[in-house]
Design a binder for this molecule. Sequence first.
Ligand code: UDX
Length: 431
Amino acid sequence: MNILIIGTGYVGATTAMVFAESGWQVTGLDIDANKIERLRQGQLHFHEPGLEQLIDKHVRSGRLLFTTDQETAITGHDVIFICVGTPSRPDGNADLRYIQQAAEDIGQWMNGYKLVVTKSTVPVGTQEQVTAWIQAAQRQPHPFDAASNPEFLREGKAVEDALRPDRIIIGADSPKATEQLLMLYQSFHCPKILTTPRTAELIKYASNAFLATKISYMNELAKLCDESKVNVNEVARGMGLDPRIGPSFLQAGLGYGGSCFPKDVSELVMSAREQGVQLRILEQVMEVNRSQYAYLLDKARSRLGDFANKNIAILGLAFKPDTDDIREAPALRMIYDLLLEQANVRLFDPIAALPAHSSFDTVKVCTSAEEAIQGADAVILCTEWTAFGQLDWEKLKGQLRQPNFFDGRNMMDARAMRGIGFYYQGIGNDY
Ligand code: UDX
């Protein structure tokens, strides 16, 4: 079997690497000629630790090819993974236009049996739509199977997650499709769940929505901790030792961002609503998350009186460390509000950049954390980049106009920061 990957973003590029690492012959197809040209040189068009080296390795070995030629790519491969983006539409539903396009392209160029596997996160029932789109686009009937095989990788940890997944979900209606997918994943020894495409599709949404729920739950609890003289980090540690709860995703902060959680929760809520089911917990999860950044901003405003003409250093822009992804990053909302309130915003992120948009024209983008904090009335830490924790804050304190530190990720030791003279506030970690 040789494998075609349609879409070479985070999921597509990583999937291509994984199958090449497992010994298969892989081709990545994308409509973006620039991306493909860079990938052909073994270069990635986004930041993902360790991925570029592995892609480069397989481009050199010839096991990984990249192309923009749809016809040759589709006719020449037996197994096709759809890894294109599924953004949210303004109404919160998933926009399946790229999935539809990929399915129609496959139908149009199909020349014999194909196994078509959707890896992108898609609403329940999409596999049936993919089947219909392929059939409608076929010039003459060819047999095919459409399966669902959701991807669970995290940005920043994509290589580790994809090479050592904790489970592989195979949603297929036909034994032939299941068998082929099991063969493709034969070198992986994690649990493999064989199920229906609909179940596979829901497992992905349900997992992400549950993780988002853990985060919003802790973020709400953090507010109670602030009022109750309790430290939310210690509560999380105590809770996490219960194996039924587990220690991960209990970190209170500015809320979740990124390309997955916000859109997946909203799509699940919307698609449930269309079926007459109200997912009330998830509606609140979204609301808690949407307003979480404002909780820290309120603390800073109370301290400073107002933000007009105050110098505010924002440390971190990416939605989390080790990525340059700023999609749905709480830092963006924070900066936007600060600018509305006439603050002078000075920003530093090790790799993420502000979007080219006139709303952010007045932000001073700095090349180091030290530069960003010069003359600041307050530091607001939005992303827990390791380097921020390693700075000599005792020394740096003198560079600020007022030593105010608002920690949106509870990254610093509150007691230590106060000990060196900062007015320090985090999220539920005061005590
Ligand atoms: C997520 C899922 O983890 C992954 O399985 C899925 O396939 C895609 O979505 P990703 O978006 O890369 O991956 O980020 P993740 O590491 O899960 O973090 C998501 C957000 O939650 C980040 O903004 C992070 O800062 C926040 N978060 C995470 C918290 O606020 N608290 C936590 O305890 C954990």
